[in-house]
Design a protein around this ligand. Structure first.
Ligand SMILES: N[C@@H](CCC(=O)N[C@@H](CS)C(=O)NCC(=O)O)C(=O)O
Length: 225
């Protein structure tokens, strides 16, 4: 087997799992047991000292992390991820641009919203109380959410020329976008992201993987689409 993917159900490895499946690339899947939005625990640190998934193990045993880096590596190695029957990258610079944009501006912003305590240090002074801390963390959460929303709006404007992010065909960037959009709490004025996510989530090959990872999110949020 050329690849082994380490992931937790409902987590970022969905992008890699769905991309590998859509490009018909053989891989093993290694589940990490843990609850969403909680640290992954000691098990993952034997694979990634940063404590996050996804982790992709290559045929030679080497491991890579960071979703955008994994996608860039696969796009270099796997022709079906570039120009396969399902996934299509017709513009490699824009593929790199948007996969990094998604990782840095949207994924990271969602982490700031979900793991706010990591981005917060209490102020030490006599007047200071726990209520202030909660209030300050709520401010960080709200700013992160707004910033993520701005990034989605920017991405929609910049890619207005095509149906999907890169062209009129689906690419791995769209799969990445769909997962982040499913995690985003503010959807009304993002028609392109809504449309792309619907295409990804209902794609015959990707749909079972989507349902396995995000079915509860569909129930809660997708009726509003
Ligand atoms: N920068 C990483 C972020 C990966 C990430 O945040 N993964 C989350 C799951 S969606 C995770 O492992 N969270 C556990 C933690 O941060 O403790 C990437 O782009 O792959």
């Amino acid at each position: 087997m050329a690849y082994r993917l380490y992931n937790r159900l409902g987590s970022g490895g969905f992008v890699i799992q769905a991309t590998l499946a859509a490009a018909n690339i053989e891989h093993d899947y290694e589940p990490i047991a843990s609850l969403p939005n909680r640290p992954l625990g000691a098990q993952i640190e034997s694979f990634n000292k940063w404590g996050q998934v996804p982790v992709l193990e290559l045929a030679n045993g080497e491991r890579i992390t960071e979703t955008a880096a994994i996608l860039a590596h696969l796009s270099y190695e796997e022709p079906d991820l570039r120009h396969g029957p399902i996934l299509w990258i017709d513009d490699h610079p824009q593929f790199l641009r948007w996969s990094v944009f998604l990782a840095v501006n949207i994924y990271e912003g969602i982490l700031r919203r979900n793991y706010t305590h990591r981005y917060f240090s209490p102020l030490i002074d006599a007047e200071h109380s726990e209520i202030d801390d909660e209030w300050a963390q709520e401010g960080i959460r709200k700013a992160a959410q707004d910033r993520v929303h701005k990034a989605f709006l920017c991405l929609e404007k910049e890619t207005a020329h095509s149906a999907f992010l890169l062209s009129d065909r689906m690419s791995a960037c769209d799969i990445f976008l769909a997962m982040l959009y499913a995690w985003h709490n503010q959807k009304p004025d993002l028609p392109k992201s809504t449309w792309i996510t619907t295409q990804v989530a209902t794609h015959p090959i990707i749909r079972p993987i989507w349902e396995q990872n995000f079915h509860d999110r569909l129930d809660v949020k997708w009726h509003k689409l």
